[in-house]
Design a protein around this ligand. Sequence first.
Ligand code: CA
Length: 426
Amino acid sequence: MQEIKANDPKLRSWVEVAPHSDFPIQNLPFGIFRTESQLPHVCCAIGDKLIDLKALHVMGYLENLPFTLEDMVSDSLNRCMRHGKQGMRDLRNRVSKLLRSDMPDLRDKEHHVRQVLFNQNEVQLLMPIKVGDYTDFYSSEDHARNVGTMFRDPAKALLPNWKHLPVGYHGRASSITISGTPFHRPKGQTNASDETMPVFGPSKQLDFELEVAFVTFDGKPLGENISTAEADDYIFGMLLFNDWSARDIQRWEYVPLGPFISKNFISTVSPWLVTLDALEPFRVPGPVQDPEVLSYLKYAGDKNIDINLQVAIKPEQASETIVSHSNYKYMYWNMEQQLAHHTVNGCNIRCGDMMASGTISGPHEGSFGSMLEIAWKGTKPVSMNDGSTRSFIQDGDTVIIRGHAEKNGVRIGFGECSAKVLPSLP
Ligand code: CA
């Protein structure tokens, strides 16, 4: 792995960053923001501020990089991402250099600083990616085992294919929305017994799924595959992902082709694209894969990532209760294997495709990634701080996912992935 200077734990910025901020100079995730008077621009987060890359471009600070002004005045990162892994790495390195406490170029030009820095809480953050195709995997062994145990024979909780390939399905891109977007409880068909007639109405078992997702650059031409060794060159970065699910609708509809309208009504993502480069220092070994995987799924090096994850539920009139502490390092299949499997048949990927991990559950109670598992199919309701209980998500609840990696005094965070559930439309 080539050394990435922007990751040096010793770096400090002349922009003040609070000790537990998700966004120190070692992170510099990319996003899209707009103010009341301006079109959307590309930006990077630093502390509780953001730096406007369009303004930097106009002032000449992005000279000798391949990016045009149009790349920076855009309502998504896709145009920038057309410059590929090296282009985005060079851009992040340049922003890092401009923000370093020992670099006076921008620091000492007060009239420029005033034009490029904005308070995050005074602007609107927009959906950072125009999502092309969306794929959802099912790659946490503990999650797959929990679900298999609940709905099938516990002795055969994992289906025969599970340890031989990263199971996944093609989802819906149009309903992926940015954190802070409320939505109405979905309606659909349910049938509790399979023996009776189905009924139509609001889902009674609305659930979250704690996931992270990665976003890709343009891949190879149709027909060619991406190996596990090549995969990182095609992955831009990651964000937090809530794959909202209506369990009662899912139960009735999913046979034999998998979930459909129980999943496609909305998914929520966090606003900042944290680069894979920023996450490299937090790589850890994955689990031993036994039985041995087929050769196209073999990989070298540490490919899991140690990212602490947390889910909180905030009822309408009460403070939040944390219902899960999990970690992305628990995954059985890593991103590199997921991408290799996705493309081994010649399927092409494109700039802005989004691939979600699948629900991330840990090995013990307290680390499960969905209410289905936390309340164990409704048999163990969870107590909230206000004295109420939850088996699934109620109207008025806000579900908040947070995540960060931390090592050597550096904390790389994602910001919040949050959405409120409103009552069903009539
Ligand atoms: Ca999912």
